[in-house]
Design a binder for this molecule. Structure first.
Ligand code: PEP
Ligand code: MG
Length: 560
C-alpha cells in the first residue's frame, strides 16, 4: 500500500482505478509569414471560433454546476478578446512577421508569466486561465483534438493541473475524483470540483508515477489522503466512510424543500452567510431561505480604492435579484481589527479589536457611509433587502446610523430614484454592552442578529484571532449563552425578531438551546444548511426545553 498526502479541496471519499489525463498537445511550429494580413485574419477566425466554443461551454457549465461555474468561461471569453492580448498578437504578426500559432504561443507565455509574478493569489491563478484560452485558440489553429478520458469504467483522474475548460468538458459520469500535481485551493478547478461535489486533492507533486496507472486508488477529499493498492483494513475503513457519506448526503438531499420545523411545530428560518454575490448560487443549491449576513466589507477588501456607489449598487442588486425575492440582510462595512484595508489609512492601534472599527468608522467618516447607504437603498428596488449595522454599543449610534438612512431616502425621493420604503433596519448584537441594553436597543430597530464570534471574544475577553488561547475561547460558556437568552427575551418582549449569524449558529450541539430560547433565524455557511435542518426536524422543544434552560440558568454546571 502506498500512502500519499495532498491537500483536500473538495470533500468526499472515492475509490477507482487511477487514470492519467490524456492531453493532446498542439505542437507549435514557427515560421515567417509574407502576408501578415492573411495571418491576422487566420488568428481572428480562430479567436472567433474559440469565443463561440467558450459560449457553449458556459451554457453547459451553467446547466451542470450553476452560474458561478458558467462565469469562468465567460471570463475566458473576455480574455480571448482582451485588447492588450490581441494587440500583443497583432504586433508579433505585423512587426515580427510571426505565424499566428507562434504569436499566440509567445503572447500566452508572456501574459502567464506576468500573472504568475503578481503578489495577489487571485491574479496568480489567472496564469492558468490565459494558458487555457490560448491553448484553445492554438488547438483550433493547428487542428488538434481535445484530450479527455478514454476508459470504459469511471476513474480517479490524475493530471499535472486541470484547466477549467478541461474540467467542464470531461464526461462527469466517468470521473469519481480528481488528483492534481499542482493547483491551489482557490483555483477554478477546485471551485468547479466543489460545485460539482466531486472529491478533489491537489498539490501531490510528483508522488504519482506512470506505472501506477490502472491501480486501485482511494481519495479522501476531506483530509487530502490518497491510498494506492490499499490493504484490506484500510480499504474496509475507507469503504465504510464512503458509505456513511453517501447515506448522509442522500438523507440531506431529501430535506431540500422541507420546512425547518421541530417535531412540536416550532419553526426557525435557516439562512446563509455570504461574502459576495457569487456565493448566492451555493445558497440556492443548499435550499436556504435567505441570506442572513452579507459581509459587505469583502467588496471593499477586493478593491484598491474606495468602491463607488455604482460599483456597490451593482453588487447588491445582483445578490438581491439572484435571490429572487428571498430576504438578503446586508451588513454595512465592518472593517478594522483583523480586516485592515490600506486605502482607509487607519492609524495603528494598540488594541484594534477595541478600536476604530465597523460602525464607528462609518459614523466618523459619514461620506463613506453615505455612499454605501445610497447604494443599498438603490438596490432595494430589486429584491427584499434588510440593512444591519455591526459593532453597536449604544443607542445614540443606532439613531445616528438611522438618520443616514432617512437622509438617503429623502435624497432618492427628490431624485426620483426608486427604492423600497419598507427596508428593515437591524443591528448586530456582538458586544456585551449591546446585549445588556438590548431592551433599549429593541425599541430602535426591526431585528437583532447576534454575532457570536465577537460576542464571545468581548464577553470572555479572549482574542478570537489568537489560536493559543484554545480552551479559554469557549463560545459555549454560560456567560455567552445567557446573554443570548437575554437578547432573545428582550427582542420578543418588544415584538422584533432575533437571529444568530456567528459560527455558533451551525453548532449542532447548541441547536436545542437556540430553539429553546426561541431564536427566530440561524444564518450559517451554505454547506451547513441541510445538516442544521435535519437537527431542527429531529428536535422536540417540549421535551428538551426545561433541561436546556435549567442547564443554562442553573448553578449545576461546575465546568465554568
Ligand atoms: C460575528 O462577530 O459573529 C460575526 C458574524 O461577524 P464577523 O465574524 O464578520 O466579525
Ligand atoms: Mg463580528
Amino acid at each position: 500500500m502506498i500512502t500519499i498526502q495532498g491537500k483536500g479541496v473538495s470533500t468526499g471519499v472515492a475509490l477507482g482505478p487511477l487514470y492519467f489525463y490524456q492531453r493532446v498537445k498542439s505542437t507549435v511550429t514557427r515560421y515567417e509569414v509574407a502576408d501578415t494580413e492573411a495571418e491576422w485574419a487566420r488568428f481572428k477566425a480562430a479567436q472567433e471560433k474559440a469565443i463561440a466554443e467558450l459560449g457553449e461551454l458556459a451554457e453547459k457549465a451553467r446547466a451542470e454546476a450553476g452560474d458561478e461555474a458558467a462565469m469562468l468561461f465567460e471570463t475566458h471569453q473576455m480574455m480571448a478578446e482582451d485588447l492588450d492580448y490581441e494587440e500583443s498578437i497583432q504586433t508579433a504578426i505585423n512587426d515580427s512577421k510571426l505565424n499566428a500559432e507562434a504569436a499566440v504561443s509567445d503572447t500566452a507565455a508572456q501574459f502567464a508569466e506576468m500573472f504568475a509574478s503578481m503578489d495577489d493569489a487571485y491574479f496568480q491563478a489567472r496564469a492558468a486561465d490565459v494558458k487555457d484560452v490560448s491553448g484553445r485558440i492554438l488547438g483550433i489553429l493547428t487542428g488538434a483534438v481535445a484530450g479527455g478520458v478514454d476508459s470504459p469504467v469511471p476513474v480517479i483522474l490524475a493530471a499535472d493541473d486541470l484547466a477549467p475548460s478541461e474540467t467542464v468538458q470531461l464526461d462527469k459520469s466517468k470521473i469519481l475524483g480528481f488528483i492534481t500535481e499542482g493547483g491551489s485551493g482557490s483555483s477554478h478547478t477546485a471551485i468547479l470540483a466543489r460545485t460539482m461535489g466531486i472529491p478533489a486533492i491537489i498539490g501531490v507533486g510528483d508522488a504519482l508515477k506512470p506505472e501506477m496507472a490502472g491501480h486501485e486508488v482511494i481519495v479522501d477529499g476531506s483530509n487530502g489522503n490518497i491510498l494506492i493498492d490499499a490493504d484490506e483494513a484500510a480499504r474496509a475503513k475507507m469503504l465504510r466512510k464512503m458509505e456513511e457519506q453517501k447515506k448522509m448526503q442522500a438523507l440531506l438531499d431529501e430535506l431540500k424543500g422541507k420546512p425547518n420545523v421541530t417535531k412540536d411545530g416550532q419553526s426557525v428560518r435557516i439562512y446563509c452567510n455570504i461574502g459576495s454575490p457569487d456565493d448566492v448560487a451555493a445558497v440556492l443549491k443548499n435550499d436556504a431561505g435567505g441570506v442572513g449576513l452579507f459581509r459587505s466589507e469583502f467588496l471593499y477588501l477586493n478593491c484598491d480604492d474606495y468602491p463607488d456607489e455604482e460599483y456597490q449598487f451593482k453588487a447588491y442588486k445582483q445578490a438581491l435579484s439572484d435571490m429572487g425575492g428571498r430576504e438578503v440582510v446586508i451588513r454595512t462595512l465592518d472593517i478594522g481589527a483583523d480586516k485592515q484595508i490600506g486605502y482607509f489609512n487607519l492609524p495603528n492601534e494598540e488594541n484594534p479589536a477595541l478600536g476604530n472599527r465597523a460602525l464607528r468608522i462609518c459614523l466618523n467618516r459619514p461620506e463613506i457611509f453615505h455612499t454605501q447607504i445610497r447604494a443599498l437603498y438603490r438596490a432595494s428596488a430589486f429584491g427584499k433587502l434588510s440593512i444591519m449595522f455591526p459593532m453597536v454599543t449604544s443607542v445614540w449610534e443606532v439613531r445616528e446610523a438611522k438618520k443616514m438612512c432617512e437622509r438617503v431616502k429623502k435624497e432618492l425621493t427628490a431624485e426620483g430614484i426608486p427604492f423600497d420604503n419598507d427596508v428593515e433596519v437591524g443591528i448586530m448584537i456582538e458586544t456585551p454592552a449591546a446585549a445588556i441594553i438590548s431592551d433599549r436597543l429593541a425599541k430602535e430597530v426591526d431585528f437583532f442578529s447576534c454575532g457570536t464570534n465577537d460576542l464571545t471574544q468581548y464577553t470572555l475577553a479572549c482574542d478570537r484571532q489568537n489560536n493559543d488561547l484554545g480552551r479559554f475561547f469557549n463560545p459555549h460558556h454560560p456567560a455567552v449563552l445567557r446573554l443570548l437568552k437575554m437578547v432573545c427575551d428582550n427582542a420578543h418582549r418588544n415584538g422584533i425578531w432575533v437571529g444568530i449569524c456567528g459560527e455558533l449558529g451551525a453548532d449542532l450541539a447548541l441547536t436545542e438551546t437556540f430553539l429553546s430560547i426561541g431564536i427566530d433565524e440561524l444564518s450559517v455557511s451554505p454547506r451547513s444548511v441541510l445538516p442544521l435542518r435535519q437537527k431542527v426536524r429531529e428536535t422536540d422543544v417540549r421535551v428538551v426545553r426545561e433541561k436546556v434552560l435549567a442547564d443554562l440558568m442553573g448553578d449545576e454546571n461546575n465546568e465554568i
